[in-house]
Ligand binder design. Structure first.
Ligand code: G
Ligand code: G
Ligand code: MN
Length: 850
């Protein structure tokens, strides 16, 4: 509710009361001229004696008031002969003892005794004021005598009435009083109700303070006695004594709470506290003193308290206390109303509605205004709470979003926004925990060229390049069958995580990926694409390491570590990608023992050399053998390529290759003895080509086996050559010059720089197994193989297809003009004796065919 609204309400009430006003005061009645006698308490007179006295004095004014006196006051007044006048009203309800005498032609004819020290029932007419019927006969002279004793204020306002007219006027008054009491009772219940709902003391105190006013005014009017305790005059007198201090006490208490003085004005708070204490003491004291002293003391102490409250409002208003505005207006209404009524009582103001009911109007206004202010305060506090709650909520939301942001930062790479290592580990562990029966491949994608890119182009550019690269890798991995998202939400889906600036990681369902080897190869190709940045093609030298759950590790940490080890292996350097192998793991404990075992196997001659035949498609004859290393003791635990990798990592590749070469020459010699003059191909590691004395060794070996000149072919893979192209090329050239034919192994498995291959002193190209295996079913592979064959032929190379497993593939290759095949169709690699037996068998078959 706004301030305007209740100011309007106030104005409406004032207007309303103006309409009621003309109804009052128009009664046919009069205030008689009076005479009085004042006698000290000891002087006892009968009515007749008093009547006869000759020291009656005229009372000036029409509101007899003698103040607080113990004397007896006699009042004498004539009654008009007008027969309509038949009722005397004493308009003050607090007189202790009151005797009414009617004298007819100087003779007492009527007598009543009453007062508020007597039960209510004693009154000739039951009314809040004292009413006396006057029984007159026309034509006689009537005079009224009143004898009054009271301990309170000796006020004896009298008025003569026609009974009917009195009741008419009194009924209007009663209605007005009802309105007034109704307002106050409503206010009391309203505030009590709010108090029970909110448990805030200010509402209870206000209800009590309003109750105090209700009692006070009810007592002053005489209504309380009539309505509440008509048979207990003692109670009535004490209620009268307590009404003032109680009303003041609760008002003080209320003011203190309402204006929040404790918080806003501690000095005032103490002052009000002091006033409170005084009033309470006075209230208690009334039980121990007589009515006269008690009533005077209560009024005497109420006055400073009321004055205090009268200054308190404006002062607090001036000090900027927001509650003080309503308080001042409300208290002002009460004070002004009371003052007007008081002034009217002493004749300063004429009798009219406002002057008569000023106090009631003021206190009703006060009650309403303060109730409105309290309601507004309630509303305001509720509003404040809502606002505070909203602020709290928005602060909470801000905190939450900050937390989320922090969490987001904690889980993401600041540059690329990709999930970081922690995030990746979490996802990985979660996957493994949820479906432990699945196989997951964890791949590490490392950019080995990033350092030089940064050194060349600077950090700003390399950051941009990294961003582009990360987008590129994310897209590439997304297309990989079995790829699993590392993070997914409405805005993006990430398949790669960033472990550090130059290391990315992803996770795939291993079974799905392995079922689509071609897709894996093409993804690897895409990953190796250079990054297009400002028109420059920036090579990132991507290398990939893979570790598989559960074979290589059962937790994210181990898997990532092992994938990184795989990435760092020579195998990855050669091929661009490598699986984790315990043997390749120079950090694994097993590897140390295996390496020493290999060393021992080598010196103890426990390694074997298997042979796999190479068939010419044009002549259908075996034209050569490929020598492949085997470790019979470890068959099944460590694969040949792992032996080679281990040898390369531990430096054993040098003695191993030398052993293989000697062994190959021995086997060739034995084959020749058996009538098989076949060339033997030996796989050479790129490490061998870097041995400075390797060509020397080979030359010496060849000269000691001089009848094998030109029959030992070196197989080198194109990717392995790439590590150190210049030196490898030099070594190969010098070997070739010394009569060693060179074959390019695994052609098509890595990325081929044809211009480089062209420089190699090779005479043969072996097409990688991965292109050959599905030749019968993959038309695309057929195109690649056909193109490769044609291209190799045009460069003058013989072409060998590896991994031929069925007749259909052999037929296709024959049609394509491929020169030779190798593969399970003929036989897997065999130990010498079995190879020899196979040769005989093949010979037989051939002869059978022929
Ligand atoms: O046929 P097998 O599964 O053994 O071949 C595994 C891999 O090991 C092939 O890539 C082959 O080139 C390589 N390899 C086999 N024997 C030797 C060897 O004596 N020396 C070298 N350097 N590589 C070999
Ligand atoms: O890279 P290199 O060509 O040296 O490797 C030969 C490898 O190929 C050896 O591991 C050998 O066992 C394997 N191999 C030979 N023929 C076949 C074949 O027909 N199918 C399959 N899957 N592997 C073969
Ligand atoms: Mn080979």
């Amino acid at each position: 509710m706004t301030r305007q609204t209740w100011l309007r309400l106030l104005a409406a009430m004032v207007l309303l009361s103006l309409f009621i006003a003309p109804g009052i005061g128009a009664a046919a009645s009069y205030v008689p001229d009076i005479e009085y006698l004042r006698l000290s308490p000891g002087q006892q007179l009968s009515a007749a004696q008093a009547f006869e006295r000759d020291d009656w004095k005229n009372y000036e004014g029409n509101n007899p008031n003698f103040g607080y006196i113990r004397d007896t006051i006699w009042i004498r007044m004539p009654v008009k002969s007008d027969p309509a006048i038949d009722l005397l009203e004493v308009q003050y309800s607090q007189l202790d003892h009151l005797q009414f005498f009617l004298f007819e032609n100087g003779k007492q004819v009527q007598h009543y005794e009453t007062g508020d020290h007597l039960p209510f029932a004693q009154r000739p007419i039951q009314d809040r004021h004292f009413l006396f019927p006057i029984e007159k006969t026309s034509g006689r002279n009537y005079q009224i005598l009143l004898k009054v004793n009271t301990l309170g204020a000796m006020q004896i306002p009298v008025k003569l009435w026609n009974t009917t007219e009195f009741y008419e006027a009194s009924s209007v008054q009663s209605q007005l009083h009802s309105v007034y009491y109704g307002i106050l009772i409503t206010v009391i219940f309203f505030n009590l109700f709010i108090f029970t709902a909110l448990k805030e003391a200010v509402y209870l105190v206000y209800a009590l303070s309003t109750l105090g006013y209700l009692l006070l005014i009810g007592n002053l009017n005489g209504t309380a006695y009539q309505m509440l305790w008509p048979n207990y005059p003692g109670l009535q007198n004490h209620a009268m004594l307590l009404a003032v201090p109680l009303a003041v006490t609760f008002t003080l208490l209320f003011s203190r709470l309402f204006l929040k003085l404790r918080q806003t004005a501690p000095a005032w708070n103490r002052l009000i506290g002091f006033a409170l204490l005084l009033n309470l003491i006075i209230a208690a004291y009334t039980f121990f003193t007589d009515y006269s002293i008690g009533s005077r003391l209560t009024v005497a102490f109420a006055i400073p308290s009321c004055l205090l409250l009268t200054i308190l409002g404006p002062y607090q208003w001036y000090k900027g206390n927001p509650q003080a505005v309503y308080y001042t207006i409300a208290w002002g209404a009460l004070t002004i109303g009371s003052a007007v009524t008081a002034a009217n009582k002493y004749g300063f103001f004429p009798n009219n509605f406002f002057t008569t009911y000023g106090m009631q109007i003021g206190s009703a206004l006060e009650a309403i205004l303060l109730t409105l202010a309290l309601a507004m305060r309630l509303y305001q506090e509720r509003q404040d709470k809502v606002v505070a709650r909203e602020a709290e909520l928005s602060a909470m939301a801000a905190r939450r979003s900050a937390e989320l942001k922090l969490m987001d930062n904690a889980l993401h790479n600041p540059l690329t926004g990709l999930p970081n290592r922690s995030s990746f580990e979490m996802v990985l562990n979660d996957l493994m925990m949820r479906s432990p029966d699945c196989r997951y491949g964890v791949a590490i994608i490392r950019l080995n060229n990033l350092d030089s890119v940064t050194k060349t182009l600077g950090h700003r550019n390399s950051d941009r390049i990294l961003e582009l690269a990360s987008k590129h890798y994310n897209a590439a991995i997304r297309d990989l069958p079995g790829a699993l998202p590392v993070e997914q939400n409405d805005q993006h889906i990430y398949f790669v995580a960033a472990l550090d600036p130059q290391t990315f990681a992803c996770v795939v369902n291993a079974n799905t990926a392995e079922a689509a080897p071609r897709a894996v190869i093409s993804t690897l190709e895409v990953l190796r694409f250079p990054v297009d940045y400002l028109g420059m093609q920036i090579p990132m030298d991507v290398r990939i390491g893979v570790a598989v759950f559960p074979e290589h590790g059962k937790d994210a940490n181990t898997l990532i570590r092992r994938a990184i080890i795989a990435e760092g292996s020579d195998r990855a350097t050669e091929r661009g990608m490598a699986y984790y192998k315990p043997s390749r793991d120079s950090f694994s404990a097993d590897r140390l023992t295996i390496a020493s075992e290999l060393r021992r196997a080598l010196t103890d001659n426990q390694l074997a050399l298997y042979l796999q035949p190479k068939l010419s498609l044009s002549t259908n004859t075996v034209v050569g053998m490929e020598a492949l290393i085997r470790w019979p003791e470890k068959m099944g635990t460590i694969r040949p390529d792992e032996i080679i990798e281990l040898a390369e990592q531990t430096g054993l590749i040098k003695p191993l290759t030398r052993w293989v070469l000697e062994q190959a020459l021995n086997l060739r010699a034995r084959l020749k003895e058996q009538g098989w003059d076949l060339g033997i191909s030996v796989n050479i590691s790129p490490n061998n080509l870097r041995e400075p004395d390797f060509p020397m060794f080979v030359q010496r070996l060849m000269s000691s086996f001089h009848n094998h000149q030109g029959t030992i072919t070196f197989e080198v893979t194109e990717t392995s050559m790439m590590q150190d192209p210049a030196n490898s090329l030099m070594a190969l050239k010098s070997l070739n010059a010394a009569g060693i034919p060179v074959s390019i192994d695994d052609f098509g498995s890595g990325y081929s720089s044809l211009s480089y291959i062209k420089q190699l002193p090779a005479s043969e190209v072996k097409i990688d197994r991965s292109l050959v295996t599905d030749l019968a079913t993959e038309s695309e592979d057929r195109v690649i193989v056909q193109t490769t064959i044609n291209m190799c032929h045009s460069l003058g190379y013989q072409v060998v297809a590896e991994g031929v497993e069925d007749e259909a593939t052999a037929d296709i290759l024959r049609d394509m003009g491929c020169n030779m095949i190798q593969g399970y169709l003929l036989t897997p690699p065999l130990p010498f004796d079995k190879a020899l037996a196979w040769l005989h068998g093949a010979d037989g078959r051939q002869q059978g065919l022929g």
